[in-house]
Design a protein around this ligand. Structure first.
Ligand code: SF4
Length: 94
């Protein structure tokens, strides 16, 4: 049955598109991850709850952009290799 919808697949392993990525993700616990494929993060919740939230949030955002990796390092070379990330993608909405 035709729905008019379109189905798309994101293929970061075979078609790396990190070069143009400008995305940041915030978890429900206030952790700001600059990359789905990395463990780098800054604590946005602590910044928001600080004595100077505007300045601390601005610093946190700057820091997140500074530590944003150039690209992911997902492992594709070894069948059964341990996952690169210690967290599930669902934590960051990926
Ligand atoms: S792996 Fe990281 S840098 Fe690459 S597209 Fe995903 S979020 Fe962006």
């Amino acid at each position: 049955m035709e729905t008019g919808g379109r189905l798309g697949l994101i293929t970061p392993h075979t078609g790396n598109f990190c070069e143009g990525c400008n995305r940041l993700r915030v978890t429900a616990t206030g952790q700001l991850y600059p990359c789905l494929g990395g463990s780098e993060r800054v604590d946005l919740r602590a910044a928001l709850r600080s004595e100077e939230p505007d300045a601390r949030v601005a610093d946190a955002l700057s820091r997140a952009l500074m530590i944003k990796p150039e690209k992911h390092h997902f492992r594709m070379d070894e069948r059964g290799a341990a996952p690169h990330l210690p967290r599930h993608m669902s934590m960051t909405g990926g």
